[in-house]
Structures are given as structure tokens and as C-alpha cells.
Write a protein that binds this ligand. Structure first.
Ligand SMILES: *Cc1c(COP(=O)(O)O)cnc(C)c1O
Length: 401
């Protein structure tokens, strides 16, 4: 067999699986929360070496910063874009320490899943005093409950953080309702939104939602290649942040000043990733912008959820919930004794279909994402593969719990 993937066990394959494999080279598709697949043209845009001081490069960076403001529908008088080398977590770490004053800093973290917990971990490591309010995994950060808690708090917060799409469960948090409460009870606080897996597909009104910092990265809904993250920062707050950062690489204000002054990065920029990103943004425009991209992801999501339901799979978040997003779906692992996630994963990988483990502490789950360079036909093909793999594993369909 010519497949580059190897399977660590020796069960037989059904005829259907063999037909799926055929003689074709397996084209790998990523149904994950990241890294995500990108178009061939986006990858081709990287096939160029460029110097960091070349005008073509600095112009491209400038254009990217402007395009991101346009995408967010905010003006350059009120907001700026800062780009930082590294994955999304790097930018979270940079914003948290740059937007939190050294002496009077107190961070409030709203946690309803693994990415919220990561914010806590960053605070701990960086040494930022923090407090968190936990909400159940698989449910939203509830604005009413939050209001009740904040109303009775003596503590003043300098920084409040929430995750827009909690990619561990797929839940979409009500960023706007939360923002209004933050403004009311913590008027001077920086309101930070981790929009990593939502920006580019789920529109967000920065003014109505009171957002001061929106963080995302190149390789989620914007479909660039991994290598950097960015932040859209409200200048009114950000201008007060000089000197806050506790470390050099994560000093976002320093990065901003250098970019404004010279158009350059302080340290080696991910030049190829930026060229790819510029192309990816053009593709987004061609597709019809954020709304159109959201519609494609939505269509992908409906196909996978309907198909998985037919196979008997249950979701973590109940269907009817208004906070059930369309970026990624957490499914509960079936109880069939022949089902193990590891074998399921390996067999799907063998067919070029990459799904993802769960990230929920209370229940056994796995995840199927539908963002990145994925289209309805990819979702249908994945469903075919899943059905074949279940048969190969002798798991009864519909699956049982
Ligand atoms: C992907 C993601 C991150 C960042 O993860 P990295 O691996 O550092 O890119 C942070 N928050 C959310 C909600 C995410 O989906």
C-alpha cells in the first residue's frame, strides 16, 4: 500500500475502506482546532524569500495591519493592530502582561473551559495577581450570574478576560453582554477577548461589545499558515501601557512602537507566514468576507452534526442551546467496548482524516472542527470515512452510550 500513514495494529479493513483508499495518494484534511489546512495558493504565496527591510515587505505588513482593522470594522484613529511572532498563546501572554499595570494590576478571568484555564496559567507564570469566576464546562459564561457576583465585589479589576469561542467545547460566549457588565462594574478595566477561533467567521461589534483587546492568530478562521498572532487594541487604553510588560519578547507596546516608527518587527519576522497571510486575506475578501466565511463554516458544521447524529453520536453541548457555536463540535465517546478513541483516530488518520482529542475534564470527548480550508464535500467525505472505520472496528451503528 502506497499510503504514507502507518497503522500500529493489524485488524482487517472492510471492502469499503479499501475502496476509499484505492490507489490514490491520500490527501490529508485537518478537522481540528488548529493547526488548520490552508489553500494551495496560500501556501504558494510563501515561495519567496524577502528581506525584512525591503519596502515590499514593510508595505505588506502595513497593509495587513490595515486590513485587519477593516475586517474588525474599526478606525485607525481608535484602534491599532500589533503583530507578534508565535502562536496565539504568545499573544495572550503579551497582551495580559502589557495591559495589566505593574503595581495595581488585578486580572479577572471568566472560565468555562480549557482555554479559560490557560489564561489562569499565564497569569500564574507571569506573576499577575488574578481571580477567576468558573462556569460549567459546555455552558456559557452567564452574564446574569456574572453581574450578581460583580455587584457584590469590593475588588477592583484592571483587566477582564473572556474567551469568545471556547474551542474545547465549541461554546460561544456572549461577549457583548459580558462587555456591558464589565464596563458597568469595572469601568477602567481593559476588556480582553480571546477571539482566536472566532475572528474572521463570527462578526463582533467592537464598540457595542466594549472590546479593548481582541486577540487572534494567523492559522484559525483567517486561514493563513501558523507563525504569528495579532491583537487589535483600543488606543485609548493601549497608549497607557508603556512599560507594563514583564519581559522583553512579550512587550507588546515596544513591538507596537517599533512597528509604528520603522514599519519593522523588533526581531526576525515570520516573513513567509506574513506573505501567505496577505494572500489568505485576499481569499477572504474574494469569498465575500466574514459573513460568507461564517456561512461556509456553518454549512460544514451542519453536515457533520447531522451525519454524526445519524451514526448515533451525541454532542457535549445540547442542540437547542443558543450558545452552541459552529466552529467545532465536541462529541461524547460511545460506550461500545470496541470503541477506543485512539484506534478511531489512527484509522481515520490512515485515511487522511485528522480529527482531535477532547479537552474537557468532566467527560470523555473528541472533537471535529470545521474551520480552515474545508468545504461541504470534505465533511461528507469525512462522514463516509467515519462510517467505514466504525465498521472496521466492529462498533455497532448507531453507536451506543
Ligand atoms: C487555538 C486557540 C488558542 C491558541 O492556541 P495556540 O496553540 O497558542 O495557537 C487560544 N485560545 C483559543 C480559544 C483557541 O482556540
Amino acid at each position: 500500500m502506497s499510503s504514507p500513514f502507518s497503522l500500529g495494529h493489524s485488524r482487517d479493513y472492510t471492502i469499503e475502506t479499501r475502496e476509499l483508499l484505492g490507489n490514490k495518494k491520500v490527501v490529508k484534511k485537518l478537522f481540528t482546532p488548529g493547526p488548520l489546512g490552508v489553500s494551495v495558493a496560500t501556501k504558494e504565496a510563501m515561495l519567496q524569500d524577502i528581506g525584512s527591510r525591503e519596502k515590499e515587505f514593510t508595505d505588506t505588513v502595513k497593509l495587513i495591519r490595515q486590513l485587519l482593522l477593516d475586517l474588525a470594522n474599526v478606525s485607525p484613529e481608535e484602534f491599532t493592530t500589533v503583530i507578534l511572532q508565535g502562536s496565539g498563546t504568545y499573544m495572550l501572554e503579551a497582551v495580559l502582561q502589557s495591559a495589566t499595570p505593574r503595581d495595581s494590576g488585578q486580572v479577572l478571568v471568566l472560565v468555562n473551559g480549557a482555554y479559560g484555564l490557560r489564561i489562569e496559567k499565564i497569569c500564574e507564570r507571569v506573576g499577575l495577581p488574578y481571580e477567576s469566576i468558573p462556569f460549567p464546562e459546555g455552558e456559557k459564561v452567564d452574564p446574569q450570574q456574572l453581574e450578581l457576583i460583580l455587584r457584590n465585589k469590593k475588588q477592583q479589576f484592571s483587566t477582564v478576560v473572556v474567551i469568545h469561542c471556547e474551542t474545547s467545547t465549541g461554546v460561544i460566549n456572549p461577549v457583548k453582554e459580558i462587555g456591558l457588565i464589565v464596563r458597568k462594574y469595572c469601568p477602567g478595566a481593559a476588556y480582553i477577548v480571546d477571539g482566536m477561533s472566532s475572528f474572521g467567521a463570527i462578526p463582533l461589534d467592537f464598540q457595542d461589545s466594549q472590546v479593548d483587546y481582541l486577540i487572534s492568530s494567523a492559522n484559525k478562521c483567517l486561514e493563513g499558515v501558523p507563525g504569528f498572532s495579532f491583537c487589535i487594541a483600543r488606543l485609548e487604553h493601549f497608549r497607557k501601557c508603556k512599560g507594563n510588560a514583564r519581559s522583553l519578547s512579550f512587550d507588546l507596546y515596544d513591538q507596537f512602537e517599533e512597528m509604528e516608527r520603522t514599519g519593522q518587527f523588533r526581531f526576525t519576522p515570520p516573513t513567509h507566514a506574513l506573505l501567505a497571510f496577505h494572500h489568505a486575506l485576499m481569499e477572504l475578501v474574494e469569498e465575500g468576507g466574514m459573513k460568507a466565511r461564517g456561512r461556509r463554516y456553518h454549512a460544514n458544521c451542519e453536515i457533520i452534526r447531522e451525519g454524526m447524529k445519524k451514526l448515533g453520536f451525541k454532542k457535549l453541548v445540547p442542540d437547542a442551546e443558543e450558545y452552541d457555536g459552529f466552529i467545532i463540535t465536541s462529541f461524547l465517546n460511545p460506550s461500545d467496548p470496541n470503541f477506543t478513541f485512539d484506534e478511531f483516530y489512527q484509522r481515520l488518520l490512515f485515511l487522511g482524516q485528522v480529527i482531535y482529542t477532547g479537552k474537557v475534564t468532566q467527560k470523555d470527548t473528541f472533537r471535529i472542527g470545521n474551520i480552515g480550508h474545508l468545504y461541504p464535500e470534505d465533511m461528507n467525505y469525512l462522514l463516509n470515512c467515519i462510517e467505514c472505520v466504525l465498521k472496521d472496528m466492529h462498533v455497532a451503528i448507531p453507536v451506543s452510550y
